[in-house]
Design a protein around this ligand. Structure first.
Ligand SMILES: Cc1cc2nc3c(=O)[nH]c(=O)nc-3n(C[C@H](O)[C@H](O)[C@H](O)COP(=O)(O)OP(=O)(O)OC[C@H]3O[C@@H](n4cnc5c(N)ncnc54)[C@H](O)[C@@H]3O)c2cc1C
Length: 386
């Protein structure tokens, strides 16, 4: 692996840091307190991001995106991960699922998401189907040239009210050697489509101003032209996105860990008790050493996955290990930082308690730590299956 940054990557990170200093860091505490990112603030971030070329940085240049490779995207996500996701998500990285758009879908969904005119949401989770996606009950039944969708989704998150949702629904059942298996299809469903309702979901204490929506479908009729990809290949599409999304969670966790380590080290070096800096006590200094070591290990796993993705050989295990290790290490780092700060670590005046709360989601979304362990161990054990 090569960890020497290219001149282009160094320049990109320098200008990204300057952008975050102006557009994101000053507003983090405010949006956390209000639990809301105003439309004006979101638009300002979006417009500036478009102006400096950070918007849709992940999408290929051929469709109007920034064309960053996965390794550079890993560095980009790592830097964004230091900040409030509710704000930094407005520097949109549209889901690569949209690259499966065909015909009219390109002008109606893909292109406007890249130019910032539209925002998508990714609607997979349901109240009864979180980790166990195959427990999904949302159905789309074929009726002539249409499909009629019934069911509900929850925890569907976006930085602002989405214009459409990529909705995963059951369109049939296949017989497989392991028994019947639901056939899942992805549909592009516009906000305002009759029978499609979108309501704000409950508040989350992690990334507080990043809101989730509950979607419900009551005989919502969509034309078969609204299928994204092929009928029945929704899960393959979803996995494609989820795997890379896990690496981005790992990269964001590294960014947040670096920020926490900086805060913890400064406090340990300057806060005095018993006549000396608390960093002079091993109980504190060893925590810093563990955080620094785990940060480096996390960075290695994330960059390893990114470089393999650039070579087209990244596996589900690579992505799962990067997410699992980095998000778990971040959890320990956040907890240790609160401990090093003592009571001040829990006070709203400082960013520590917010970073501790914000860190918590990383072990849950895009597949929990247990699900990553399940994926990794399944691969190990499969070799011995008869
Ligand atoms: C803020 C937020 C934003 C989100 N955004 C989106 C979004 O935009 N789109 C979307 O589709 N989803 C989204 N999600 C959903 C998210 O992906 C799920 O929360 C996550 O996959 C876990 O599902 P669950 O919450 O239903 O937990 P559950 O699946 O109910 O899991 C509960 C616990 O049981 C454990 N568990 C479950 N199965 C197993 C097993 N086989 N082995 C061991 N342990 C197991 C889990 O690890 C966990 O600890 C979001 C969630 C949140 C909180």
């Amino acid at each position: 692996m090569n960890f020497q940054l290219t001149d282009e990557q160094t320049m990109l990170l320098d200008s990204l840091r300057a952008f975050l200093d102006d557009e994101i860091y000053p507003f983090e505490a405010e949006v956390d307190h209000t639990g809301e990112v105003t439309i004006e603030r979101a638009n300002q971030i979006k417009e500036k991001a478009i102006e400096v070329g950070f918007y849709a940085a992940n999408m290929p240049e051929s469709v109007g995106g920034g064309g960053l490779d996965y390794t550079t995207m890993g560095l980009f996500e790592r830097e964004l991960g230091k900040t409030s996701y509710a704000l930094s998500a407005n520097v949109a990285r549209p889901t690569e699922l949209l690259l499966a758009s065909e015909g009219d879908q390109i002008d109606k969904y893909l292109a406007p998401c890249i130019s910032g005119e539209k925002h998508e949401s990714f609607a997979l989770s349901e109240p009864g189907a979180g980790s166990d996606i195959m427990a999904m009950t949302t159905k789309a039944v074929a009726d002539g040239d249409d499909y009629v969708i019934n069911g509900s989704k929850h925890f569907i998150s976006t930085p602002c009210l989405p214009d459409f949702a990529i909705v995963f629904a059951i369109t049939g059942v296949d017989e497989t050697p392991r028994g019947p298996r639901k056939r899942i299809t992805a549909f592009l469903v516009d906000r305002g489509q009759p029978g499609f309702d979108m309501a704000l979901g409950p508040r989350c204490v992690s990334q507080r101003a990043y809101r989730t929506y509950q979607l419900s479908f009551d005989n919502c009729r969509v034309n078969k032209e609204q299928i994204l990809g092929e009928e029945g290949n929704g899960l393959e599409l979803a996995n494609k996105w989820l795997f890379m999304g896990r690496v981005w969670v790992g990269a964001q966790s590294c960014g947040k860990m670096e920020r926490l380590l900086g805060l913890a080290t400064e406090w340990a070096a300057t806060r005095k008790q018993f006549g000396k800096a608390i960093g002079k006590f091993q109980g504190t200094s060893f925590k810093l050493a563990d955080m620094a070591t785990e940060l480096q290990a996390s960075d290695l796993l994330v960059m390893h996955a990114c470089q393999k993705a650039d070579q087209g050989i990244m596996t589900a295990d690579d992505a799962g290990m990067a997410k699992l290790f980095a998000s778990e290490a971040l959890g320990r780092a956040a907890d240790n930082t609160v401990q090093i700060y003592g009571g001040m670590g829990l006070m709203e005046e400082l960013p520590v308690e917010r970073l501790w709360r914000d860190a918590r989601i990383e072990r849950i979304w895009d597949g929990t730590s247990e699900i990553q362990r399940h994926i990794i161990s399944r691969g190990l054990l499969r070799r011995f299956e008869s």
